[in-house]
Design a protein around this ligand. Structure first.
Ligand code: GLU
Length: 496
């Protein structure tokens, strides 16, 4: 059997370090077995997927030094490698399941499903579809289809017994069928859901090993059932442990920057990042911490992956990055890296339109713009307090702004402005005093260029990381207070 693995990102946001980690292990496993590793774009969610996100994800993975044998950019025999270009295929397979009695059309309205959910929550029952349309009679179905009544296609799922399957790292896993929802396979608009498209494509692309994050374990029974319904050979499943924050919670952008773009902007070397990701649950036989991708590939053994939640610790990453800088780069190479990174004309050209008005001499540039090529700023709680706001309100302004900015889709000046303005209005604070602490948090000084422009230049992740840093400098927000603030924010968000 030829080993074939894949990474299947959904292009709905920034490139996540978790995607790079799973991609690295897929690639390492395939290469260590003399197999192939491919990249497939799972963009069936047309409302959230964007070509820009796809480009950024591909670019970030390549920047790290990952490469795939087949993919949307380099082609291959089993393409297209973008699900939106394969849409007719899925409907055909859904029809096959309908014909064979493994799936059914469900005409339930959103109102009915909402009411069902509300009752299930109230009565503390298992959430999920109740099978209302699972056994409609043929004539009824034909009549409703002919009348173009909107409907979805759901899979039949046994209500009793267990699904048992083997996971390469975890051994046998058993999940009660009663916990598995009768999954929608085809949406009312005819587009497949992740589950159908993923299984069909893994089969057609001859994926032998499905290596992915452990958050997909509960989906495995649905996938296994689909393989059985189609009469296809099962791939080997391997669910990698999820990356964790230092406090062991699931790595999330609320606690840690998760976008590869942030780490790029911070000035981490791709080799060091990849090295660190290779340390996530895995170690070299001699336990050395610093190794190249080639060294990892030469020694790779997936059975050495340990399941105890690997911690993505930025401090450790920084330490490793320092080793790479000191031990692997000559001064001349480091100079090249710095130029490639940010000390270049592109950075100047982006900043000069704002800086020019404030310059009298060329040497004014560095103090004006140093925050653009910095990581976390050397500011203190006093600096933030100098904006003249009392502590509670200061924390609220920073925290609410952070939450609000987390939902900005297109990171552009005007959208950033609108978001911040809506928070300021909802809090009843004028823009000028509202923005004052943000200037300090983002640019280190109230004398900098407009804070919205600064945020646009810095990018979403760096901006959010600085706001988080400012909150920490002020002593952070305790659990109790955070809950209170979340409530207040929800109220405020409704008024925004
Ligand atoms: N598109 C899914 C994701 O975004 C892929 C999950 C899988 O690997 O099956 O993570």
């Amino acid at each position: 059997m030829t080993v074939r693995t894949r990474i299947a990102p959904s292009p709905t946001g920034d490139p996540h370090v978790g995607t790079a980690y799973v991609a690295l292990f897929n690639m390492a496993f395939a290469r260590s077995q003399g197999g192939q590793f491919l990249l497939r774009i799972e963009d069936t969610d047309q409302t959230r997927s964007t070509p820009e996100s796809e480009q950024t994800i591909l670019g970030a993975l390549k920047w790290l030094g990952l490469d795939w044998d087949e993919g949307p950019d380099n082609g291959g025999d089993k393409g297209p490698y973008r699900q939106s270009e394969r849409s007719e295929l899925y409907a055909k397979y859904a029809d096959q399941l309908l014909d064979d009695g493994h799936a059914f059309r469900c005409f339930c309205s959103t109102e009915r499903l909402d009411a069902l959910r509300a009752t299930q929550i109230q009565e503390k029952q298992q959430l999920g579809y109740d099978g209302h349309c699972a056994h409609l009679n043929k004539e009824d179905i034909a009549r409703r289809v002919a009348a173009h009544e909107p409907h979805v296609v759901r899979m039949h799922v046994p209500r009793e017994g267990q699904c048992s399957f083997n996971d390469m790292l975890r051994g046998e896993i058993s999940i009660d069928w009663a916990q598995i929802d009768r999954q929608i396979l085809l949406k009312a608009d005819g587009m497949p859901t992740y589950h159908l498209a993923n299984v069909v494509d893994d089969h057609l692309m001859e994926i032998s090993h499905v290596i992915r994050g452990e958050e997909w374990i509960n989906s495995a029974p649905k996938h296994i059932l689909l393989y059985q319904y189609f009469g296809w050979q099962l791939p080997v499943f391997c669910h990698l442990p999820l990356l964790r924050n230092v406090d062991k919670s699931k790595l999330s952008k609320r606690k840690n920057p998760t976008s590869i773009l942030y780490y790029q902007r911070m000035g981490y070397l791709p080799e060091a990042m990849l090295n660190y990701l290779g340390r996530m649950g895995w170690s070299m036989p001699d336990e050395r911490e610093k190794f190249t991708l080639d060294e990892m590939l030469a020694e790779f053994d997936i059975q050495r992956v340990s399941l105890g939640g690997p911690v993505f610790d930025v401090e450790k990453l920084s330490w490793l990055n320092g080793l790479w800088i000191r031990e692997e780069l000559s001064d001349s190479e480091l100079a090249d890296r710095l130029q490639d990174w940010a000390l270049n004309r592109d950075t100047l050209m982006a900043f000069l339109p704002f800086a020019k008005q404030r310059m009298e001499t060329l040497s004014d540039l560095a103090p004006l713009g140093s925050y653009l090529v910095s990581g976390m700023l050397p500011i203190s709680a006093e600096d933030l307090q100098s904006a003249g706001m009392e502590q509670d309100q200061l924390l609220e302004v920073l925290q609410y702004s952070l939450w609000r900015l987390e939902s900005v889709q297109q990171w552009q000046r005007d959208n950033i402005f609108d978001s911040l303005k809506s928070v300021a209005d909802a809090m009843g604070i004028k823009m000028k005093p509202f923005l004052a602490p943000l200037f300090i948090a983002i640019a280190g000084s109230s004398a900098s260029i407009s804070v919205m422009d600064s945020m646009a230049l810095l990018g979403a992740d760096m901006s959010r990381a600085r706001l988080r840093h400012a909150i920490e400098l002020l002593g952070g927000v305790g659990k109790k207070k955070l809950k209170k603030m979340q409530k207040a924010y929800q109220q405020l968000d409704r008024n925004c």
